[in-house]
Write a new protein. Sequence first.
Length: 429
Amino acid sequence: MKAQTENLTNKRVSIETEKQNFEGIVLESYDANIILVKLNSGYNVGIEKNKIRKINILKQEKKEKVLVRDIKTEKTAKDEVAIIVTGGTISSRLDYESGAVKPLTKPEDVIAIAPKINDIAKPVIESPFMVFSENMNHEHWKKLALSVEKFMNKPNIKGIVILCGTDTLHYVSSALSFMLKDVSKPCVLTYSQRSIDRGSSDSALNLTCAVYAALSDIAEVCIVGHATSNDNFCFCLKGTKVRKMHSSRRDAFRPINTKPLAIIYEDGRIEKTSEYKKRSNAKAKAEAYFDDKTALIKWHPNSTPDIIDFFIEKGYKGMIIEAVGMGHVCADGKLSWLEKIKKAVKKGIVVCFAPQTIYGSVNPHVYSTARELEKAGVIYLKDILPETAYVKLGFLLGKEKNIENVRKLMLENLSGEFNERISERDFLV
């Protein structure tokens, strides 16, 4: 007999199947043949209804609340650190009524994630918006840059910490790296891969180390997060040379073609591992520009060159193409991109190549195909990350009126996006 599976949403159940048993909260499912359950571990699992033998509805637990420690607001001798809350897993919790993950309703609640920060700094909280990072766009980047500028130019603020979702975090760090000029204090982005309701959450260590970074002399836009899968220390990573390299690991963010700026421990020790800009008295300025007629395109075997026509017809001004190898796309036969690229360049579109390999550099002077593409007007962007290249191009197209200036500036090292000397030791750090 088929087990009763209707009207179970938001109920805590135990489910018996042919092979194993499950216990958790039933979530709303978008597949009528699947029951979606949030397990006690925090993970979701989909169970086919036709494989369920028995379902027991368990006693509903009382709604749990995030424990929030009162933030002391009286004046102390501690340095003030601005904490800008934008959303993401680090500022989310499990709603025990629905079983869904929801953002914290008050930015101040985030301090409860890592109570230790109240002992090392005085937090100043602001939330210009609350969105998951996949919903962030260039308008959010601009607003965030203006918030950072405000805090960076306040003498009482020692540094800035930004709480953000992970999915597009390296886009955000790149945007701030280009939009913020004369960075005089630390601008630290941090995150959590696992929600604060889970025992394996990485939020406490990440936030604690991020605050230590904000108090340091690292006057850079950087990302701070777990360096290993253990709770032992964090990396401080340059904002234009970092990428999310795993969907769920706590040490998902890795330095690309470079070393970390520093290693940060939970007790506040900071070990410098690379050169970085230091604090200054400069007045920071936000240049909040971005032209959304910028495309990021991945070339792949069998991909049609007609995709270039689409972006031409839609009035795009710039394209970053993720090229294979040392900077190649098909340039021969019926699927050749060569003529379409020439057409785009003649239309005044800035066409750039970035390495699809992530590590290493594109180089137009090794193989004849790349030399031909460079002759057609392609700009080869060395070892830049494709996502960083996309943000840089959109920023320059929004700021500069002269396309030749854009082409020239794409090859200049504006925010440490290029590393002229790549060491073999920098691979898979």
